[in-house]
Ligand binder design. Structure first.
Ligand code: 1GP
Length: 246
């Protein structure tokens, strides 16, 4: 398989837009409904993953591949969400936390499978930022998020993540978050790192998407907003295509 997804992100002249699919939230009918709009939208990638163990991962990937040629990237919520049916894998290090399992332990366990799969691996520094009650990531990973007003800590974490060799930094507010990552925080991180900046969690409208791109995100990830309104995929995707990378 060609290893070109990360390169395509680096070479892109426009912002990238990602649809996140949690395989456990869908049966065939709801997934098909969601995917009906996909080829008319400007979705660049599909991330697939969730917080729990899914027995539907391969099934969902196969169904997605039936509908579209858009690259599918594994966004693993845990070690038991491994598949070689995707086009690439985000190798996430939860660098906002201090749980060694999410910094190195799971990576060691998954490494032989990933090596054998020959998939493109994109090491990504994952930073959980939240002021809310316990998010799924926080609970499952047993790590504390960084409060959103601690800009200096978030920025230092992002810089450290880049220095450690991560090829992307991902600011995560948590799936279904009431408040997405504040724009001033996105800007502050953007000014301090060179690698692509991914932002997700609690993004609900096309205006939210635009504001986060304008603040400096290269890639925006949205999941829940499409559950009730798959048409939103088209509106949000249009925003990304209209904005060039600064
Ligand atoms: C991806 O967790 C997000 O980073 C997805 O969050 O479902 O709130 O869009 P939403």
């Amino acid at each position: 398989m060609t290893k070109n997804i990360y390169q395509s992100i680096l070479n892109s002249k426009v912002k990238k837009f990602v649809l996140l699919i949690d395989p456990d939230k869908h049966d065939e009918a709801s997934l098909s409904h969601l995917l009906e709009n996909i080829n008319r939208s400007a979705t660049d990638f599909i991330f697939i993953g969730g917080s729990l163990v899914s027995d539907r991962l391969d099934y969902a990937v196969n169904l997605i591949k039936k509908y579209t040629g858009i690259p599918v990237i594994l966004f693993p919520g845990n070690l038991l969400q491994l598949t070689d049916k995707v086009d690439a894998v985000l190798l996430l290090s939860l660098i906002s936390g201090r749980n060694p399992d999410y910094l190195i332990g799971n990576h060691v366990l998954a490494a032989p499978f990933l090596k054998k799969s020959n998939l493109e691996i994109i090491p990504t520094g994952y930073i959980l930022v939240s002021d809310e009650n316990t998010s799924s990531v926080e609970y499952i990973s047993n790590t504390k998020p960084i409060p959103s007003d601690k800009t200096d800590i978030v920025v230092a974490t992002a810089i450290a993540g880049e220095m450690l060799g991560n090829l992307m930094i991902y600011l995560e507010a948590g799936s279904g978050a009431k408040k997405s990552i504040p724009c001033d925080l996105v800007s502050a991180v953007r000014k301090n790192i060179f690698v692509p900046l991914v932002v997700g969690g609690g993004i609900r409208t096309a205006d939210d998407v635009r504001n986060i791109y304008m603040a400096g995100a290269d890639i925006v990830v949205v999941g829940n907003a499409f559950e009730n309104d798959p048409g939103m995929l088209i509106k949000m995707g249009e925003v990304s295509n209209s904005l060039s990378v600064m």
